[in-house]
Design a protein around this ligand. Structure first.
Ligand SMILES: Cc1ncc(COP(=O)(O)O)c(C=O)c1O
Length: 409
């Protein structure tokens, strides 16, 4: 039988990439970073690639809460919230998370990716879907405008929606204002990340808020990497910029600073109720397992009661960034995501290989996460690191810097 055209095409693309070394391996490990990781069947190395910024999932209280919920409820709900999967524990998590994020209401999704899909497509389409089923109220023309570097899940939500889509240049509030000016009278959603996941820089929230207020658009901030990290109390980038109460819609993941699994959409009660009813990323998928909800509640309570953990994270961020600055490297942003640009996928892969050999796991980011010419090593620092880990990493970077960094091979 002939190979179907679709598969023949896929295989040809695979082979083309494989011979050029453009299919990076997914490395296996036997443990999760503490920050030490035992690679599968082999050595233990220090991880600098986890989003587990505070190490909360290793805390005994969090593990005990997860184990207790597992015993009580087993490991999965097997149902969506509406069809019987609405454990009271989930509503407790929503209540505590909304309070922490200083928003009126929250809904939990099974992953952060689903939270973005649910939020973006939901807010754009809920009115239209309500109209289709129940015949009210009158139609408006939905438009979504997002930062060109927004996470794939935001783009997925936008594509799934019926809205017209536009992208504004990265963090360029003037470009956004131009697009907004051309769409006055439409129902507009503007989306940005609070902290950009691959670049580590912060959104220019004050200017984005101003543009949205001027043109009557709704601003949504995906604060996946800001929640638990930025702001005086860790509530996120809106608090960091003194914009508490000025951002109508936010998304948070439970998988980064909380060290769990799941996502959340936060907004006012009416918005959240409409998303619960009409958003497919929430409505048509099973709800978060009980042990994840219990673990995140425990992690959130630690985060709120022990500010020292965030202090430890920021001390580590400052130490690593200061060491890089001494080598003349000035990665963007000021937080725990630290990109080192490599130029090509091969250079990034070579760096990863070299560092692994020296005992440090620093992952190379390649297409489709970023464009080929912006391949990078994405370092992430956590509160779990200590001075020796950071100084050791800096020493190795210093060692290979002339040969590898920014090489255009
Ligand atoms: C900015 C951003 N939003 C959303 C997500 C999705 O989160 P999760 O991994 O919890 O699905 C990620 C994670 O990759 C992210 O970096």
């Amino acid at each position: 039988m002939n190979t179907p055209t679709l598969l023949a095409d896929l295989y040809a693309a695979h082979d083309w990439l494989a011979v050029r070394g453009l299919l990076p391996p997914e490395r296996r490990s036997d443990t999760l970073p503490t920050p030490h990781v035992r690679l599968h069947g082999g050595r233990t190395v220090v991880s600098f690639c986890s989003n587990n910024y505070l190490g909360l999932n290793h805390r005994p209280e969090v593990r005990a809460a997860a184990a207790q919920a597992l015993r009580e409820h087993t490991h999965a709900t097997s149902e969506s919230r509406r069809l019987g999967g609405n454990l009271a524990l989930l509503e407790q998590l929503e209540y505590e998370l909304a309070e922490f994020k200083k928003q009126r209401s929250a809904l939990i999704t099974a992953t952060g990716l689903l939270a973005n899909i649910a939020a973006v497509h939901g807010i754009l389409d809920a009115g239209g879907l309500a109209r289709r089923w129940y015949g009210s109220p009158p139609p408006v023309r939905p438009v979504v405008i997002y930062d060109e570097l927004c996470h794939r899940s935001i783009q997925m939500g936008a594509r799934q929606s019926s809205a017209e889509r536009f992208r504004f240049r990265h963090n360029d509030a003037e470009h956004l204002a131009e697009i907004l000016a051309a769409h006055q009278g439409c129902a507009v959603l503007v989306v940005t990340e609070g902290v950009f996941s691959m670049d580590g820089d912060l959104a220019d929230l004050p200017r984005l808020v101003e543009a949205c207020d001027t043109y009557g658009a709704v601003l949504m901030v995906d604060d996946a990497h800001g929640t638990g990290v930025y702001g005086a109390d860790g509530s996120g980038t809106p608090d960091h910029f003194g914009l508490t109460g000025r951002i109508p819609l936010q998304v948070a993941t439970l998988s980064k600073a909380f060290g769990g699994m799941g996502g959340a959409v936060l907004g006012d009660e009416r918005t959240v109720t409409m998303l619960r009813t009409f958003s497919s990323g929430y409505r048509f998928t099973s709800s978060l397992p009980a042990e994840q909800a219990a673990a995140t509640i425990a992690a959130l309570r630690i985060l709120r009661s022990e500010p020292g953990i965030r202090d430890a994270l920021w001390a580590n961020v400052r130490r690593l960034r200061a060491g890089l600055a001494r080598m003349g490297l000035q990665p963007p942003g000021d937080g725990p995501i630290i990109p080192l640009h490599m130029g090509t996928p091969q250079a990034a892969a070579k760096f990863e290989e070299f560092m692994l050999d020296k005992g440090y796991w620093c992952v190379a980011v390649t297409p489709p996460a970023v464009s080929p010419e912006t391949c990078r090593i994405r370092l992430t620092v956590s509160a779990m690191h200590d001075k020796e880990h950071i100084d050791g990493l800096l020493g190795r970077i210093e060692e290979i810097r002339p040969g590898l960094l920014y090489s255009q091979e």
